[in-house]
Design a protein around this ligand. Structure first.
Ligand SMILES: Nc1ncnc2c1ncn2[C@@H]1O[C@H](COP(=O)(O)OP(=O)(O)O)[C@@H](O)[C@H]1O
Ligand SMILES: [Mg+2]
Length: 330
């Protein structure tokens, strides 16, 4: 499903954690493609492998973890073939990452201005000071920080949680990355602020034609923000494609379960629908479809092998017993 406009193509990505009980595949064969300027929501329950996927893409997995297979083709180059130095040149420049905790990016003992100037000068050392300062102020204004010229000399702890995350986002956007990987950056914030940040990120991505992978456990966020959605379950993408198509008619039973457990889809006053059962753990993983023990539609076949990708137009799913497609209205 690659086109001339494809920015990132991930094929067969596998990341293992080596433990005493053996190698545990936290990411078990992920395929994804992201077009330039496209926003992809990566959604799944806690522990499904979303963060490990994000870190694997950027070569940020440390022992006992290891990316053991796959290709991560960014603008024609497989990032897995690059040296650590070459990766460092890409990170914070052509590819940026935003974390749930802004203090993963912000240095508590440096004023915001120093950190922002450093982010520019690390990659573009010849940028004149005045021009760099101007860019920092513009970046802070763009993410909705009021009166940036009076805030830029503050330390990170002088900002509220929401404002601090905005600063981290401004730093991520400074060098106009082509791809942003955002790992639940608004999960810890209140709903109103989350909504504002989502809207601002979407606007900025559209304006600069920046692609973004937005990691979240919240399908509601994906519905608001993303063009495409990748639904992750136990280290695999079980369904992928345009948000509008997948939310209107999921083919994978897990996606349907996630949709039914979204607040707002349940009738007021009724209990939220839940997907029964637990996500697989280190000891319980077995052959076949990992969702099978929780699936109401499972067939014998599902215990024997991993469902291959079924491609339908712009989407794919991995299921032997999919939910029937919506019939075209006649
Ligand atoms: N450093 C680590 N060592 C061992 N296992 C890890 C490590 N980091 C993550 N994992 C395992 O990888 C799986 C996926 O984790 P993660 O990607 O953080 O999930 P998510 O972001 O979807 O909540 C989990 O089962 C987790 O326990
Ligand atoms: Mg995570």
């Amino acid at each position: 499903m690659t086109t001339n406009n494809t920015l990132l193509e991930v094929r067969g990505l596998r990341t293992a954690f080596h433990t005493e009980a053996g190698a545990w595949l936290a990411v078990d064969g992920v395929d994804l493609s992201v077009e330039r300027g496209e926003i992809v929501g990566l959604v799944g329950e806690s522990g499904s492998g979303k963060s490990v996927t994000g870190f694997s893409l950027l070569g940020l997995i440390d022992p006992p973890g290891e990316v053991v297979a796959g290709e991560v083709i960014f603008d024609g180059t497989d990032l897995r073939t690059l040296s650590e130095e070459q990766l460092r040149q890409l990170r914070g420049n052509r590819i940026a990452m935003i974390f749930q905790d802004p203090l993963m990016t912000l240095n508590p003992v440096l004023r915001v201005k120093e950190q922002m100037m450093e982010a520019i000068h690390t990659h573009y050392p010849k940028t004149p000071k005045r021009e760099a300062e101007q860019r920092c102020l513009e970046a802070l204004a763009m993410v909705g920080i009021p009166a940036p010229e009076s805030r830029i000399d503050n330390y990170p702890h002088e900002f509220s949680g929401g404002m601090r995350q905005r600063v981290a986002i401004a730093i991520a956007m400074l060098n106009q990355p082509e791809l942003i990987i955002a790992d639940e950056p608004t999960t810890a914030l209140d709903v109103t602020i989350q909504g504002q940040i989502l809207y601002q990120m979407q606007t900025l991505c559209r304006k600069n034609n920046t692609a973004m992978i937005w990691i979240t456990h919240d399908l509601g966020v994906v519905a608001e923000l993303a063009d495409k959605v990748a639904v992750m379950y136990a280290g695999r993408i079980v369904e992928y494609g345009p948000v509008s198509e997948i939310l209107a008619a999921p083919r994978h039973p897990y996606t349907k379960g996630l949709l039914q457990s979204m607040p707002g889809t349940a009738k007021p006053g009724s209990r939220l629908a839940q997907i029964d059962g637990m996500a697989p753990t280190l000891t319980s993983r077995e052959v076949g479809c990992t969702f099978r023990p929780r699936c109401l539609h499972a067939l014998d076949q599902c215990a024997q092998s991993v469902p291959p990708q079924t491609i339908e137009g712009a989407r794919y799913f991995r299921c032997f017993a999919p939910i029937p497609a919506l019939q075209e209205a006649v």
